[in-house]
Design a protein around this ligand. Structure first.
Ligand code: AMP
Length: 179
């Protein structure tokens, strides 16, 4: 569903750089480094996601590599819960669970440490951009495989034409900026 633009969403959108044909021809890449380096925009974005989950019982934030890490780190800190990295294949040192997925520009595998989530723990999945939803859906599968309870997905940006939200349905999704 399209969200009506807000003062915040317009301000954040203005801080996001479009890079055409990256990392492949035909992809319009939403570069959030220009938002992250703006102290006010980064703070306001994180504050808005924190506010959305302040009253939701949570045990963990699971942040997807790599641009989910800065946002997930702030959310975990501000919400007073632990942080679990969901990483690309081969990066985590201890035994892992893995999930294959396809994204807007390729195929990939995400992994999580098998002992990262205790069964029953309530987990907020966080990334910068919700595109096709493949990586977020894989992260949700990993949370479930370890016995965790995915509570919601939180993203700075949603690329609506790619219908990633449908891949997460019926999980609630919070996004700050839609394109
Ligand atoms: P997806 O799995 O298709 O939802 O892709 C989401 C992941 O890929 C996120 O981690 C994004 O950082 C990245 N991504 C995919 N497409 C784009 C895009 N057009 N612009 C920026 N990041 C993207």
């Amino acid at each position: 569903m399209a969200q009506p633009p807000t003062v915040l969403s317009r301000a954040l959108a203005a801080r996001i750089r479009d890079v055409a044909d990256f990392p492949k021809p035909g992809i319009l890449f939403k570069d959030l480094t220009t938002l992250f380096k703006d102290a006010g925009a980064f703070r306001d974005a994180c504050d808005a996601l924190v506010a959305a989950y302040r009253d939701t019982p949570l045990d963990l934030v699971a942040a997807i590599e790599s641009r989910g890490f800065p946002v997930g780190g702030v959310l975990a800190h501000q919400l007073g819960v632990g942080l679990v990295p969901i990483r690309k294949a081969g990066r985590l040192p201890a035994p892992t669970a893995s999930a294959a997925y396809s994204l807007e520009y390729g195929e990939a595998v995400l992994e999580v440490h098998r002992d990262a989530i205790v069964p029953g723990q309530r987990v907020l999945v966080v990334d910068d951009v919700l595109a096709t939803g493949g990586s977020a859906a894989a992260a949700v599968r990993l949370v479930r495989e370890l016995g965790g309870v995915p509570v919601a997905g939180a993203f700075l940006v949603e690329l609506r034409p790619l219908r990633g939200r449908a891949r997460l349905d019926p999980l609630p999704v919070t996004v700050l900026v839609q394109f």
